[in-house]
Design a protein around this ligand. Structure first.
Ligand SMILES: CC(C)(COP(=O)(O)OP(=O)(O)OC[C@H]1O[C@@H](n2cnc3c(N)ncnc32)[C@H](O)[C@@H]1OP(=O)(O)O)[C@@H](O)C(=O)NCCC(=O)NCCS
Length: 147
C-alpha cells in the first residue's frame, strides 16, 4: 500500500471525487488550492483533498473510497496518514459533511467529534436536493479532532 501526492491532472480522479461531492462546480472551488493524495493498493482505492484553512486548521474537503473497496480500512488509513503528515504544522484536523449515517459514523470511528454546523448549507449551495439513505442533507456538520 502506498499514498502519493497528485499535483497535476487531479480531475483524472473525478470518479472518486464525485462520490464525496456530487456537484462538480463545488469540487472546482477547492481542487486547485487543495493538496490531493491517492491511496494505491494493487491499483487506486481511495483519494482525499485537504486544504490549509489558517489558524492551525487543516481541512478534509473530499475523501472517498471506491464503493467495492469500502469498509476495508482504506479511509481510516488515509486519515491516519494525513494526521501524521500534518501534525507538526497544524493543531486541528477538520471535516465538513452532511448529516448522514453514511459518513458521520465513519468520522467518529476515526476520532472526530462534532464541532459546529452551517445551517442550510446543502440547500443554499447545491443546485439539486441531495438525499442519502432517503434523508435530505440540509446542514453542513463540522467535525474536528486534535492532531
Ligand atoms: C466515508 C468513506 C470515505 C469511508 O471510507 P472507507 O474506506 O469505507 O472507511 P474504512 O473502511 O476505513 O472505515 C473505518 C471505520 O469506519 C467504519 N465505517 C465506515 N463507514 C461507516 C458507516 N457508514 N457506518 C458505520 N461505520 C462506518 C468502518 O466499519 C470502520 O470501522 P472499524 O475501524 O471499527 O473497522 C467511504 O464510505 C466513501 O467513500 N463514501 C462515499 C464518499 C463519501 O461520502 N465521502 C465523505 C464525504 S463527507
Amino acid at each position: 500500500m502506498k499514498i502519493i501526492e497528485v499535483k497535476e491532472n487531479k480531475k483524472k480522479y473525478i470518479e472518486l471525487l464525485i462520490l464525496a461531492d456530487e456537484q462538480e462546480d463545488m469540487i472546482d472551488k477547492y481542487i486547485d488550492k487543495g493538496t490531493m493524495f491517492i491511496l494505491y493498493d494493487n491499483g487506486v482505492k481511495s483519494e482525499c483533498i485537504i486544504t490549509d484553512e489558517g489558524n492551525g486548521v487543516v481541512e478534509i474537503k473530499n475523501i472517498a473510497t471506491l464503493p467495492e473497496y469500502q469498509n476495508k480500512g482504506y479511509g481510516k488509513y488515509l486519515i491516519k496518514f494525513i494526521e501524521e503528515k500534518y501534525k507538526h504544522k497544524f493543531n486541528i484536523l477538520r471535516v465538513g459533511t452532511g448529516d448522514s449515517i453514511l459518513t458521520i459514523p465513519f468520522y467518529k470511528k476515526c476520532g472526530f467529534k462534532e464541532s459546529y454546523r452551517i445551517k442550510n448549507f446543502f440547500v443554499d449551495n447545491y443546485n439539486n436536493p441531495i438525499f442519502e439513505c432517503g434523508v435530505q442533507l440540509i446542514d453542513m456538520v463540522y467535525l474536528e479532532k486534535t492532531i
